[in-house]
Ligand binder design. Structure first.
Ligand SMILES: Cc1ncc(COP(=O)(O)O)c(C=O)c1O
Length: 369
């Protein structure tokens, strides 16, 4: 797809154009990306934004003062910051609940609930919520069900087919896939929602530029093959962590021991994603710091979903904006480490982790002597 690196389009006469007049409103490269993502999610339309948070922000702009959101408690830290520190101030009320238990959602809704917001799997503890059942609850109060599908990607999961109204993606992650851009997508189920999001996209203006649209389209061409390899690597890494002495808990929806394994199996096409989180027996920030600075292939960085493996310590990085008390309540313990498996050789990744555990243990021993 060519990169239409232009802000404006020549018109034959005022208002007479070839479907494009100004690049905030539309751009041919962006249009192709939007159409491809709409197809991947089996949606009516998709809209490309400058970041995942800009996509989330556009959806929140559907709300009015006094409306309520019921949101998953283990929500991405940036979404928590936007909900709580921007939208709550503007008169939107947010109730955070553990959406893996459907009854918590049923108990939290009211006639004021206009949006139920879930991530499935969540960032970073990989909780999986039953999209179909929650969509029925949403319908009972005429609320929209929004699913952040970033972690599953459209390859593993299609929330609109399961009853959701809107899907959002941080396109920065699996969809882009190469850690070389930031992007966001909103996918809508109906023409009516498409019209509203299109209006907000143009009115607020946080669109994705043509070059990044081009890069994202290029990324999508390998999404299927990348994602499947990342899932394969993550399964092997999770199995290794389960056998590791220094590890307390492993969070991976593909593990039979994961508390939402059954629902993940049903709604995720047998693919459980490339992210694995774990806690250490020594559940401290200091112990996590020791570990995350000792790997070679897993680079310490924010973000996930790219072809190269990354690791991070959510309490100090992606989820630093969530108060400790709320973070612990949501299951993000002090030592929680999140791995994003890339497409490298799985044995190399496991050797890398083994070596980091070995050197951590050796360093600890030497300080005790
Ligand atoms: C699940 C999830 N949703 C949304 C976002 C926000 O996306 P972006 O960083 O592209 O703004 C992130 C970022 O990490 C995320 O992990």
């Amino acid at each position: 797809m060519p990169v239409y690196q232009t802000s404006t389009f020549i018109q034959e006469a005022p208002g007479v154009n070839k479907g494009y007049d100004y690049a905030r409103s539309n751009n041919p490269t962006r249009k192709v990306l939007e159409d491809v993502v709409a197809q991947l999610e089996s949606g009516h339309s998709a809209f490309a934004f400058s970041t995942g948070l800009a996509a989330i922000d556009a959806v929140l702009k559907l709300l009015s003062v006094g409306d309520e959101i019921v949101a998953v408690d283990d929500i991405y830290g940036g979404a928590y910051r936007l909900f709580t520190h921007v939208y709550e101030k503007l008169g939107i009320k947010i109730k955070y609940v553990d959406t893996t238990a459907v009854e918590n959602v049923a108990n939290a809704i009211s006639s004021k609930t206009k949006v139920i917001w879930i991530e499935s799997p969540t960032n970073p503890t990989l909780k999986v919520s039953d999209i179909k059942k929650i969509s029925i609850i949403a319908r009972s109060v005429k609320a929209l069900l929004v699913v952040d599908n970033t972690f599953a990607s459209p390859i593993a999961q299609q929330p609109l087919a399961l009853g959701a109204d809107i899907v959002i993606h941080s396109g920065t992650k699996y969809i882009g896939g190469h850690s070389d851009l930031v992007a966001g997508m909103v996918v809508t189920k109906t023409a009516e929602l498409s019209e509203k999001i299109k209006f907000i996209q143009n009115a607020s203006g946080a669109v994705l530029g043509p070059w990044d649209c081009f890069l994202t389209i290029r990324g999508i061409e390998t999404l299927d093959i990348r994602f499947k390899k990342q899932c394969e690597n993550a399964e092997k890494v999770a199995a290794f962590l389960l056998e590791t002495d220094a590890v307390e808990n492993v969070f991976y929806p593909g593990l039979r021991t994961h508390k939402n394994h059954e629902i993940a199996k049903q709604q995720q096409n047998g693919l459980f994603g490339g992210i694995v989180s774990f806690t250490l027996k020594e559940d401290t920030v200091a112990a996590a710091n020791e570990f995350v600075t000792r790997t070679r292939y897993f680079k310490l960085a924010e973000s996930l979903g790219g072809v190269k493996s990354l690791l991070c310590h959510p309490p100090q990085m992606t989820h630093a904006s969530v108060p400790r008390e709320r973070r612990i309540e949501a299951g993000i313990q002090d030592s929680l480490i999140r791995l994003s498996c890339g497409i490298e050789n799985a044995e190399d990744l496991i050797d890398d982790l083994k070596e980091a555990f070995r050197t951590c243990a050796a360093a600890k021993k030497s300080t005790l002597v």
